[in-house]
Design a protein around this ligand. Structure first.
Ligand code: ATP
Length: 234
């Protein structure tokens, strides 16, 4: 459904992505892993329309969206859960969720979608009136994912959802991501937590220094000696 071709992105003179190509297939849970500074955030932010590519193309269901203004990406069916969550901490959880569904179509389905995200993250229900900033890190990450889901996207982009969370919460978070995908949504997950990300994903890309250096089935990638040396400390 998503086709990224020869994407080059730079910050001024500093090139962050060099000719990156990747595909997300319909209904797939795909991860992009790699070390700090590899370009994962740059890649996902460009796919979300937050950054402009110097060259290359991004298309969704055959429609070229590379030049679409940033605010139209949501309309096109792409929702991003940014690194660091970026909630409106002084606003209530409910207000944060409502902001996720401001477009007419999502707005008309707001009640049903809210019930779905509460089913996915039950703790949200009792926190609806609380300021988002008063929630724990794990709860805030759940709200950030729920806010993106409120837009009823076709493709969900997740930037490091496990960052700063305890192992138990990380486990729950990945279980929820798997459930979201099992419901039919395509998911692109960017992670430094290589083992967990590979465990839940159907396919993986390894990004290093702005380039895709490996791609394939997670089990096959994890069996490669160079991947084991670089990411599993073997
Ligand atoms: P992390 O896991 O630390 O977020 P990452 O894989 O997501 O790493 P990016 O944040 O995309 O990597 O960074 C890729 C490269 O671009 C790095 O060399 C980084 O220093 C550089 N970079 C990122 N953001 C900016 C910016 N706003 N201005 C200049 N350079 C940047």
């Amino acid at each position: 459904m998503l086709e990224v071709r020869d994407l080059r992105v730079a910050y001024g003179a500093a090139q962050a992505l060099w000719s990156v190509s990747l595909d997300v297939r319909d209904g797939e849970l795909l991860c992009v892993v790699g070390p700090n500074g590899a370009g994962k955030t740059t890649l996902i932010n460009t796919i979300a329309g937050m950054l402009r590519a110097r060259s290359g193309s991004i298309s969704l269901d055959g429609r070229d969206i590379t030049q679409l203004p940033a605010h139209r990406f949501c309309d096109a069916g792409i929702a991003l859960v940014p690194e660091g969550r970026r909630l409106f901490t002084g606003m209530s959880v409910l207000e944060n969720l409502e902001l996720g569904s401001y477009l007419p179509k999502a707005k008309s389905e707001r009640r049903q979608t809210l019930a779905q995200v509460i089913d996915l993250f039950p703790v949200i229900e009792e926190k609806l009136a609380s300021p988002a900033g008063e929630l724990s890190g794990g709860q805030q990450q759940m709200v950030a994912i729920a806010r993106a889901l409120m837009a009823r996207p076709r493709l969900l982009l997740l930037d490091e959802p496990s960052l700063g969370l305890s192992p138990r919460i990380v486990h729950d978070m990945f279980a929820a991501i798997r459930r979201i995908n099992a419901g039919g949504m395509s998911v692109l997950l960017v992670e430094q937590n290589v083992v967990m990300a590979m465990e839940v994903s159907q396919r993986a890309y390894v990004l290093e220094e702005g380039r895709v250096v490996a791609e394939g089935a997670p089990q096959e990638l994890l069996s490669r000696p160079e991947i084991q040396r670089a990411y599993l400390g073997v």
